[in-house]
Design a protein around this ligand. Structure first.
Ligand SMILES: NC(=O)c1ccc[n+]([C@@H]2O[C@H](COP(=O)([O-])OP(=O)(O)OC[C@H]3O[C@@H](n4cnc5c(N)ncnc54)[C@H](OP(=O)(O)O)[C@@H]3O)[C@@H](O)[C@H]2O)c1
Length: 312
């Protein structure tokens, strides 16, 4: 699909990943429309119906979601389930009814079973229940895959589903209450350095592993898949680099210029034991390879935080 002059509705286009996707779509010559939640609450079917029937976009990229780290998931499991399931249910169905030529659903690595063999292959997606702290979020998003495959089978609706790994980068959410691990640790280390704190506490034992993908790389994959992937099978989007939380915390502490000690608080939940996806399908089908090395991306993200934190 050529995106030049194509009307693309990007739900969640004002968010962390959405802004990067919109920038890229615009650079391809697409006409990008971003509905905001204050005007268009996508949990409400009649709102979504009106939006899609009036705008009649050719492409819908569904990124709108309620998203957060382990703490936020544990405090709000009902919201994380209901809001994400309701938005996907209506946006995908109304996209089909409005005759959209391509629907791109963006899911999450949190949909994988808790003990998936590493690296996670798409074929292992249904072999168990997700890790408990993010199961309501992961399963709500997983239903979008079921829905996309059902609409493809019954209506030949060209819906695809991508499963990005954990993202990070400039513009992330740096609040300690709801943020993901990288922005939360950056805030902790920078503030501890400024105050001269002797220790910084890191959630959990430090032993779990995670894989991180720069938000610009994720946007590249989403736009490339919009252009050239048309298959009912889900597609992982990742960097293939696995790092333990302990090694990540030590790296971030160093890059933030913090010279105190790290304390791992084992009373806090670790979340899933290991996470790293097999990105072979994305490499073979859309030619995607992550370009930004983790260390470079972290340096850029820390700089962004230091220059922009006053705005948040
Ligand atoms: N961040 C990650 O590490 C990560 C990893 C894998 C997958 N993902 C997926 O990537 C997508 C984007 O995540 P993100 O981190 O960019 O999230 P984000 O920054 O929190 O942005 C969320 C977006 O969703 C919109 N939204 C939320 N509730 C809405 C509602 N009721 N009606 C309409 N719009 C609503 C928000 O719009 P307003 O600004 O107008 O409120 C905002 O644009 C999500 O689908 C997420 O599951 C994220």
């Amino acid at each position: 699909m050529d995106l030049e002059s194509t009307t693309c509705l990007v739900t969640g286009g004002s968010g962390f990943l959405g802004r990067a996707v919109c920038r890229l779509l615009e650079s391809r010559g697409a006409t990008v429309i971003v509905p905001r939640s204050r005007d268009h609450d996508l949990r409400r079917r009649e709102v979504v119906e009106r939006l899609l029937s009036e705008l009649r976009p050719r492409v819908v990229i569904h990124l709108a979601a309620v998203v957060g780290g382990i703490g936020a998931n544990r405090r709000n499991p009902a919201t994380y389930f209901y809001d994400n399931a309701a938005m996907a249910l209506h946006v995908l169905d109304e996209s089909y009814r409005a005759g959209v030529a391509k629907f791109v659903g963006v899911g999450t690595i949190c949909s994988y079973p808790k003990f998936t063999p590493v690296p996670f292959r798409e074929s292992d997606l249904w072999n168990g229940y997700p890790e408990e702290t993010n199961a309501p979020y992961g399963l709500a998003k997983k239903m979008m895959l079921v829905q996309a495959q059902a609409y493809r089978a019954q209506h030949q609706f060209p819906a695809i589903m991508l499963l990005p790994t954990n993202l990070y980068g400039p513009g992330d959410h740096f609040d300690l209450e709801s943020g993901h691990v990288i922005p939360s640790l950056i805030r902790k280390f920078v503030e501890a350095r400024r105050r001269g704190d002797p220790t910084v506490t890191v959630w959990g034992t430090g032993t779990p592993t995670r894989e991180f993908l720069h938000v610009s790389d994720a946007a590249e994959a989403i736009v490339a898949a919009t252009e050239s992937y048309d298959d009912g099978e889900p597609m992982n989007v990742g960097s293939g680099d696995e790092i333990s939380i302990r090694a990540l915390a030590e790296l971030l502490s160093d890059l933030c210029g913090y010279r105190g000690a790290l304390v791992f608080d084992a009373s806090r939940p670790d979340g899933q034991p290991r996470r790293c996806v097999d990105a072979t399908r994305a490499r073979e089908r859309i030619g995607f390879r992550a370009r930004i090395p983790l260390r470079d991306g972290l340096i850029e993200t820390i700089r962004w935080f230091e220059e922009n934190e006053g705005r948040r």
